[in-house]
Design a protein. Sequence first.
Length: 114
Amino acid sequence: VQLQASGGGLVQPGGSLRLSCAASGRVSSIKVMGWYRQAPGKQRELVAVITSGGSTNYADSVKGRFTISGDNAKNTVDLQMNGLKPEDTAVYYCNLLIFGKDYWGQGTQVTVSS
């Protein structure tokens, strides 16, 4: 299984970015896909996840600003990030969870700065 993420970049506070991730290989139809992030000097943390059934979960810090969506048949997941804040600056990692096993993408940098 491989994960390929795209998106990210530099944006001003209040701006928007969209992250996309596609999984390839032997991917089960039953899975959880999502995004985690890691800021310098901090632990990796959950941002948002979506199950193959469409249930979602968000970190409190991004609720109301970020929206996760996925296409279970295509094994893709997107993260629309609006109202970005400097504290959202981090490396964002795509994650795929299948029957208790984690797979990670390569990470993409998101920098929010004026």
